[in-house]
Write a protein that binds this ligand. Structure first.
Ligand code: PMT
Length: 423
């Protein structure tokens, strides 16, 4: 279940493109995420995929004709237009885009578009020539000017067999866009939230690194959850294995020093920082210029030096009125940066503690030392790379909330609820 989709009625319009087969995956994903999905189709769309496919996936009536009635005798497309929280046309052909731009309503999809007041998302799919044609671009611009959100088509193999721009965007990208549009005006709207995710890598030589097992799942779940609640999200990502979501600004930071620079820069106008990244505490004192040869040696020693503690730097900045005193940080950062933006609110700072032993005691010590508002204590190795996590939340004032094992998306919501109470 995805919180923003749960109990929402999504209206999916399908038009006559070969990409109609991908709409089945979209309907299925949205239904499984907890949404009620109504489907309207043009006659041409039904030639690619039958309505029965969508009825089976959504367990709801599908409308393919402007004159069609629902079992309760209401006019199908009108009833669906009225109850929709969002209208998504995927795939949207050049013809349908043109009709909607000009207010034509001679099929179930265009008639629904004219009647509904729900936000409109369109995922165009067509041949490159049609997409690049000035008239299509003008029609798309018209819809955007009226508030529609376009999920740009990608480049790839088209129905003709040619390759070019016009291929419908990936289903995951369409789902991201739906979540972001539904989340507008949510309880974190007008907030900037900075999240770190993944693991850092510290180079030993040009081919070897010191790394850890973080997959980025926890940090990405936080970033997506914050986006779905209307926040402006900057995700500072180390090494990870996640798909980069839409509607989030991604900053790549591979080493601990790069991550520190990015965090100190990005919190200047932020309302909250959530450090879910697994940051290396040490790095090799020197990075060898060439690949280290094994030679005859049975052992070799690697000298390590301490990495900056990013959260400790943030705490320092909070204490010292935001002056950056670390000469390693680029000069552009020094001086002018503020901890919180001109909004006058304080920066909420949340850290994680990943421990193999004495979890709560170690977490409490980190909460104090790093001057955090909240620490999320999670056990190693269970927390790394898994879809589930079992965490204990410890607040600055001492309150402790022990949570049962749950998906990282759900844990992210609980952490974001906390951000909301402190804002
Ligand atoms: O990415 P996943 O596979 O989903 O796994 C999630 C996770 C286990 C990585 C995540 O839940 C987690 O616990 N992240 C923090 C891991 C960690 O490095 O914990 P720590 O106890 O070493 O560090 C304490 C806090 O200080 C963390 O918020 C960390 O980001 C921060 N830190 C650590 C070192 C450093 N040099 N600077 C820091 O700011």
């Amino acid at each position: 279940m995805i919180r923003i989709l749960k109990n929402k009625t999504l209206l999916l319009g399908i038009t006559g493109s070969i990409a109609a087969f991908k709409a089945a995956g979209l309907a299925s994903q949205l239904t499984q995420a907890g949404a009620a999905v109504d489907v309207v189709m043009t006659r041409e769309a039904t030639q690619f995929v039958g309505p029965l496919t969508f009825e089976s996936l959504t367990h709801r009536h599908v409308v393919t004709d402007v004159m069609a009635l629902l079992p309760d005798s209401t006019i199908g497309h009108v009833a669906m237009a009225k109850r929709a929280h969002i209208f998504v046309i995927a795939p949207a052909t050049a013809h349908t885009i043109a009709k909607i731009a000009h207010g034509l309503a001679d099929d179930a999809v265009s008639a629904t578009a004219l009647d509904t007041r729900a936000p409109l998302v369109i995922a165009p799919a067509m041949e490159t020539g049609m997409w690049e044609n000035a008239v299509t671009q003008e029609n798309v611009a018209k819809l955007v000017a009226r508030g529609a959100v376009v999920v740009e088509p990608g480049i790839g193999r088209l129905a003709s067999g040619a390759s070019g721009k016009g291929r419908m965007a990936d289903v995951d990208d369409i789902v991201d866009t739906i979540r972001a549009v539904l989340g507008r005006g949510g309880d974190l709207a007008n907030r900037k939230i900075v999240v770190t995710a993944g693991g850092t890598q510290e180079p030993i030589d040009p081919v070897r690194v010191i790394a850890n097992h973080s997959s980025g799942k926890m940090g990405f779940a936080l970033a997506e959850g914050a986006r779905d609640r209307g926040a402006r999200v900057t995700l500072i990502a180390g090494v990870h294995s996640q798909r980069v979501p839409r509607g989030i600004e991604l900053v790549e930071a591979t080493s601990a020093c790069e991550m520190r620079d990015a965090v100190l820069r990005e919190i200047a106008d932020a309302d909250a920082l959530i450090m879910a990244a697994a940051v290396a505490d040490f790095r090799p004192a020197q990075q060898a210029e060439h690949k280290i040869k094994k030679g005859q040696a049975e052992t070799i020693a690697l000298e390590l030096v301490r990495n900056p503690d990013i959260l400790a730097k943030v705490a320092e900045r909070r204490k010292k009125g935001n002056k950056v005193e670390d000469p390693a940080i680029s000069p552009a950062l020094a001086g002018g940066a503020r901890v919180s933006g001109g909004n006058g609110r304080n920066l909420v700072v949340i850290g994680f503690a990943a421990e193999t032993n004495d979890l709560l005691a170690n977490a409490r010590a980190k909460l104090e030392a790093k001057n955090l508002d909240l620490i999320v204590a999670n056990p190693v190795p269970q927390s790394f790379g898994n879809d589930l996590d079992q965490a204990t939340l410890i607040e600055r004032g001492g309150a402790v909330t022990e949570l049962p094992p749950m998906p990282k998306e759900e844990l992210a919501e609980k952490i974001l609820d906390f951000v909301n109470t402190l804002r």
